[in-house]
Design a protein around this ligand. Structure first.
Ligand SMILES: Nc1nc2c(c(=O)[nH]1)N[C@H]1C(S)=C(S)[C@@H](COP(=O)(O)OP(=O)(O)OC[C@H]3O[C@@H](n4cnc5c(N)ncnc54)[C@H](O)[C@@H]3O)O[C@H]1N2
Ligand code: MOO
Ligand SMILES: [Mg+2]
Length: 415
């Protein structure tokens, strides 16, 4: 008898998977290896930034009150007592009508409370002593980059679970993190199943196609922050598939298979889940493509049975595996962002189920505009190269017209 499957709603399916999400352990890396990883500890300011009052300009440090009566007609002169570059400190507190020649980044001398830019001063030498004069007054605090104005001590700057970008690296360096805790990447095994599959380097033969799913899924894993372990191709043979799956489970954090999850005579994944005693969370989702996506759990470990059809495989990964990887990395927002966009062309196919249309999304003067990427069929591969978003067209509709507002899941990593 043909097996009847009960479809679950997409949200429910995502929810069921997320119940089994696990946070990864942390490990130590060198700062130079940290970009792109996820923080395993929050960055807390251990000191103020800047750590001292400093000059933002090349010029002269003065006591503002000494400049009080300076005008164009009556310039005020200062004796230049020393010169400090960045990294040096003044040798003595500043005396009245003395000035310190100071460079950008140098610590303010004690007693000085304003900086005059070099361009506003006139320097001259009298009896072998250098002086400088100014033609306007300054107030206390003028042109000072104050201690702590950038960051206060104790501030929690970046939270655990945030992806490290070059700016984060700058902050880590500022606070002396030459080594830091990052979240371990999840190790995800990928099997492609199908007797029709050739490896990428093989010549085509009658009835055969090259395996494009595993390389694609491995790239999706790496892009999401995981480690992809390509476990190769399995022919549609129950015993071989069962043995390979059972063995692989213990060496990975999650296992992905592509293909073999539908109701065909050689679709063995449902029987494999049953034989290993896995708990199938769902085997049919009310969506297109990817309706046959199956997710099972064995002792808390998730097994993703993605569809063999390339577009369905891609969508299944982005909806169900991506947030699990992000959660493993401690991300606070594990799901792809959703934005509102305008349909750039008609999409007239009727929709019994929620459709995730592989989409090219562009940012224009009018906001986001989306267009389906090439042919919209579950078994096509060409649209995927032009996909940077999935337009969500709710089920139970007769189609959508150009100009209508739609929700789009951004599959580009925005974190
Ligand atoms: N009677 C029914 N037939 C099908 C149903 C159904 O509900 N009733 N569902 C259809 C839908 S929807 C999909 S999606 C597919 C899913 O099939 P499987 O996940 O079982 O995948 P396979 O049968 O193994 O392969 C499907 C298709 O994809 C190609 N494929 C497989 N692996 C790869 C790979 N690694 N790289 C590139 N292409 C791959 C394979 O050659 C097939 O053409 O089932 C429908 N049928
Ligand atoms: O599961 Mo199939 O991809 O709906 O088309
Ligand atoms: Mg099949």
């Amino acid at each position: 008898m043909v097996e009847r499957r009960t479809p679950v709603k997409v949200e429910e399916a995502v929810h069921k998977v997320m119940e089994y999400m696990k946070h990864g352990e942390v490990e130590e890396v060198l700062l130079k290896e940290a970009c792109g990883r996820y923080l395993g500890e929050s960055i807390i300011a251990t000191h103020p930034v800047p750590p001292f009052d400093r000059s933002p300009y090349d010029g002269f440090a003065i006591r503002a009150e000494d400049s009080k009566y300076a005008t164009r007609e009556n310039p005020v002169s200062f004796k230049v007592v020393e010169t400090i570059g960045a990294g040096k400190v003044a040798s003595a507190p500043l005396q009245p009508f003395h000035a310190v020649r100071i460079m950008t980044g140098a610590q303010m001398p004690e007693g000085a409370d304003a900086v005059v830019m070099l361009e506003l001063t006139h320097s001259y030498v009298k009896e072998q002593q250098t002086f400088m004069s100014i033609k306007r007054s300054f107030s206390a605090g003028d042109n000072i980059s104050f201690k702590g104005e950038d960051v206060q001590r104790g501030e929690v700057l970046v939270e655990k679970g945030t992806k490290i970008n070059p700016g984060t690296v700058a902050l880590l360096a500022t606070f002396g993190y030459s080594r830091l805790q990052v979240v371990q990447k999840p190790r995800i095994g990928v099997f492609a199943t199908g007797t029709e599959l050739l490896s990428v380097d093989q010549e085509l033969e009658p009835g055969k196609i090259r395996n494009s799913n595993a390389p694609m899924v491995c790239a999706q894993i790496e892009q999401s922050g995981g480690i992809a372990i390509d476990l190769g191709i399995l022919e549609d043979d129950f015993e071989k598939c069962y043995g390979a799956v059972e063995e692989a489970i213990n060496s990975v954090d999650f296992l992905i298979t592509t293909g073999g999850v539908s109701v065909g005579d050689f679709d063995y994944l449902p029987a494999i889940y049953e034989k290993i005693g896995a708990n199938v969370l769902f085997n049919k989702v009310g969506m297109r493509p990817g309706s046959v996506t199956t997710v099972a759990e064995l002792d808390g470990k998730l097994l993703f049975g993605l569809s063999g059809n390339p577009s369905a495989c891609y969508v299944g990964f982005e909806l169900f595996t991506y947030p699990i990887i992000k959660s493993f990395l401690h991300s606070k927002n594990p799901h792809h962002s959703v934005v509102k966009a305008t349909l750039g062309s008609d999409f007239l196919k009727a929709n019994p189920f929620t459709r995730f249309v592989r989409t090219s999304i562009e940012y224009t003067k009018e906001g986001f505009v989306v267009n389906p990427a090439r042919l919209d069929k579950s078994n096509v591969v060409s649209s995927l190269a032009f996909t940077n978003g999935l337009t969500i067209l709710p089920g139970g509709t007769k189609g959508f017209q150009k100009g209508q507002k739609v929700d789009v899941l951004l599959t580009k990593d925005m974190n």
